[in-house]
Design a protein around this ligand. Structure first.
Ligand code: DC
Length: 222
């Protein structure tokens, strides 16, 4: 069981996916679950600030990951592939907002623990090493400077054909950072026993090599 946490734009999702591929284990992207809740709440006309009603939305959904041939595993919401819609920019902010409600976190906790129960998993998010899987075999906290995260996120958006200027991207990251680290329940923070890796200025391939090295050093996996 490998837990990877860190702020938006630290390179977590790509690095976690490549690590899972290298180790031949399953990847669980927990941010996708919060994104699904934000998306469905919006579609049902439920305000993201209404913790009680968004909690009901979260409890009503069946969320699971399918098998993809490459890239991120598809997210199935009540059996329907919503992988594209959950990546929308408004949904990034919505996910950060709905994830601050204890009702929502409670509703998603059981499913996340279930996905990690059998092991053979890389799970990434904000509170995996601290709350979801506190007994994980390896905990990693991936971070990077605000500048590096802004550039990375900007590139990612351009690649997806989304045009947002650098200042707006920076503001979006700062807003999410503030909300994700300052919320009362399960805020983003490094677990005391997590290995911290700053990815600023590192190539993705170097980050993945370093992650593999950290995992091998701490487990019998090779
Ligand atoms: O990793 P991401 O950008 O897909 O996450 C979207 C939002 O979901 C993020 O801003 C905070 C929230 N989140 C969370 O609170 N806890 C997690 N384990 C994963 C994501």
């Amino acid at each position: 069981v490998i837990a990877i946490d860190g702020p938006a734009g630290a390179g977590k999702s790509t690095a976690a996916r490549m690590l899972a591929e290298r180790l031949g284990v399953v990847l669980v992207d927990t941010g996708a679950l919060y994104r699904a809740v934000a998306l469905v709440a919006q579609e049902r006309g439920v305000d993201w600030s209404d913790g009680r009603r968004v909690g009901e939305v979260a409890r009503s959904l069946t969320l699971r990951f399918g098998r993809g041939s490459s890239g991120r595993p598809p997210l199935l919401v009540d059996g329907v592939d919503r992988s594209e819609d959950i990546r929308r920019e408004d949904i990034s902010q919505g996910a950060s907002q709905v994830s601050a409600h204890p009702e929502v976190r409670d509703a998603l906790l059981g499913a996340q623990r279930e996905m990690g129960r059998e092991g053979g998993v890389v799970m990434e998010g904000r509170d995996i090493g601290t709350v979801v899987l506190p007994d994980a075999d390896v905990k990693i906290f991936l971070t990077a400077t605000l500048d590096a995260r802004t550039h990375r996120r900007h590139e990612e958006l351009v690649a997806r054909g989304v045009h947002m200027d650098m200042d707006s991207v920076r503001r979006e990251i700062e807003e999410r950072d503030a909300r994700d680290t300052q919320r009362a329940v399960a805020p983003l923070r490094q677990a005391p026993d997590a290995v911290r890796l700053d990815t600023s200025g590192l190539l993705l391939s170097d980050v993945v090599d370093e992650l593999v090295r950290i995992v091998r050093e701490r487990t019998a996996i090779d």
